[in-house]
Design a binder for this molecule. Structure first.
Ligand code: NAD
Length: 498
């Protein structure tokens, strides 16, 4: 039984609020640990600690800061198995998938090692007589990240890497459902040589989040989670004058054109729809075959594949996906399947009754597949976040494009086709932030940026890539004049370069 407190000033600190939440092990439904839920005062203590540590870290040259991240990468490689095992136990995803979660986070740490390059400013020599102009990027001070359960390594690292590399102190408020890996990351940062206070972890729920949003010394907040909370965090954080970026929910469509390679499209849908039990913000949850022939072909190939998905405990070597994160998540997802049936969609594969032998109390369900879903149905409009794929049949390419464009979410989208012209047209016209062409989960690599459109994101600038350095720094522009010795006296006219 683990007891998670907080991690402040380079060490574990017990929670003082008396409030805790259970951390479950989804594979068998047992309680794996307890996590402390911080009060406003405990958040404040973490902020004060971070604020005291930050100036010296900002004054450390960027190459030295980057070297701490290099060492951190080495330590994460050393502890990769242990971290993946813990992640899988608290989240429910399989161990190979947990390794992917860690790896995609570490790739942003690798990118952040380029901080000396990313932080370079601009310089204009001789912008006027004796006048030079230059800009510099300076850290904001203390910044925070509030992260979801579904990528407990990747998303904290997406936030912390660039923030720390840029010279900020970072406060992480991870999901209370799987805090183990974030706490482990904090220990490894200290072992890598990060000064105490530069990466603090405060565990908690709404009370801790509100304390972060209201704290006057936190200058920026990066949030990832569901859309309703993203919108709330954005409004409250902005109201207190912070820089805020919030990434929310999704309903990612995959358009399958009649000329697509159907076997490839089916492989893609199986992995992107059901991997990690559909608990990915970039999961494909809607397949849109274009034309009756393509739709019938797709359904004929997809159905047996969904029926034969291998569900298993996170520790199983050959499971396609594991259990959902909590009993509530399982009930919610099954509830959506019930709703779909009531709404008149055709449930072709029903995974609601699945039980995992030997793990009867785990949060498992089988893959579900709906055909004939229409755009007025709740199962189409809302994010289900489970192993449920909806097939919406479109008659034409234009209709398929409009489906993606008219949906309130705009995180990811994909098109499967052999026609370059259709693919180009789609990439140009689709109102979604991340587009895959014959790629089902188009998560950009670390040196590009990640972000959705419409109600999948609130605020400005994307995650990772160059935008992350822009988000976690402020620009200062200096105009300097060194007169050549003759004093011209005061000028009352605005200086121009005319
Ligand atoms: P969530 O919104 O429940 O929780 C996210 C964070 O907000 C957690 O740290 C949680 O403690 C906190 N929180 C929860 N309720 C709160 C409240 N009432 N007030 C203040 N804070 C609160 O999300 P989740 O279930 O952990 O994660 C799944 C969601 O995240 C899905 O909607 C998924 O699409 C989304 N997601 C989006 C992206 C992206 O980049 N767009 C990436 C991953 C996940």
């Amino acid at each position: 039984m683990r007891n998670y407190g907080h991690f402040i000033g380079g060490k574990h600190v017990a929670g003082k609020s008396g409030r805790t939440a259970d951390v479950f092990q989804p594979l068998d439904g047992s309680v794996f640990g307890k996590v402390a839920l911080a009060t406003k005062d405990e958040v404040r203590a973490a902020v004060e600690n971070a604020a005291a540590a930050q100036p010296a870290w900002a004054a450390t040259n960027p190459q030295r800061r980057a070297r701490v991240l290099m060492k951190f990468l080495e330590l994460c490689a050393r502890d990769n198995e242990k971290m993946a095992e813990l992640l899988a136990r608290e989240h429910g995803k399989t161990i190979p998938d947990a390794k992917g979660d860690i790896q995609r986070g570490l790739e942003v740490i690798e990118f952040s090692i380029g901080a000396p390059q990313m932080l370079k400013g601009e310089y204009t020599d001789g912008a006027g007589p004796g006048i030079d102009i230059y800009s510099m990027r300076q850290p904001l001070g203390v910044v925070a990240g509030i992260t979801p359960f579904n990528f407990p390594a990747m998303i904290p690292l997406w936030k912390a890497g660039p923030a720390i590399a840029a010279g900020n102190a970072f406060i992480l408020k991870p999901s209370e459902r799987d805090p183990g890996v974030p706490m482990m990351l904090a220990e490894l940062f200290i072992e890598a040589g990060l000064p105490p206070g530069i990466f603090n972890v405060v565990n908690g729920d709404k009370e801790a989040v509100d304390a972060v949003l209201d704290d006057p010394d936190i200058k920026a907040v990066g949030f990832v989670g569901s859309t309703s909370i993203a919108e709330y965090v954005y409004a409250r954080g902005c109201a207190t004058g912070k820089r805020v970026q919030c990434f929310g929910g999704a309903k990612n469509h995959m358009i399958v054109m009649p000329d697509a390679d159907m076997d490839q499209a089916v492989d893609a849908l199986i992995g992107a729809g059901y991997g990690s039990a559909g608990e990915r913000c970039m999961a494909i949850s809607v397949a849109v075959p274009v034309g009756k022939e393509a739709a019938d072909k797709l359904m004929a190939k997809l159905t047996p594949r969904v029926e034969s998905l291998k569900i298993g405990p996170s520790t199983s070597a050959d499971a396609d996906f594991g259990p959902l994160v909590t009993a509530q998540a399982l009930e919610r997802v099954k509830g959506y399947v019930d709703i779909g049936v009531k709404e008149g969609a055709k449930l072709v594969v029903d995974g609601r009754g699945f039980k995992m032998q030997g793990y009867e109390n785990g949060y498992y369900m089988g893959g579900c597949l709906f055909d004939n879903v229409t755009k007025d149905m709740r199962i189409y409009k809302e994010e289900i976040f489970g192993p449920v794929l909806s097939v919406v049949r479109a008659e034409t390419y234009t209709e398929a494009l409009s489906l993606a464009n008219d949906h309130e979410y705009g995180n990811g989208v994909a098109i499967f086709t052999r026609d370059g012209d259709a693919a180009r047209d789609f990439a140009a016209k689709v109102q979604v932030g991340m587009v895959g062409i014959n790629v089902p989960i188009p998560v950009p690599l670390a040196y590009y940026t990640f972000g959705g459109w419409k109600r999948s994101s609130f605020g400005d600038l994307n995650q990772h890539g160059p935008d992350a350095f822009r988000f976690y720094t402020k620009t200062k522009t200096v105009t300097s004049r060194w007169p050549s010795g003759v004093k011209d006296g005061a000028s009352f006219v605005i200086p121009t370069m005319g």
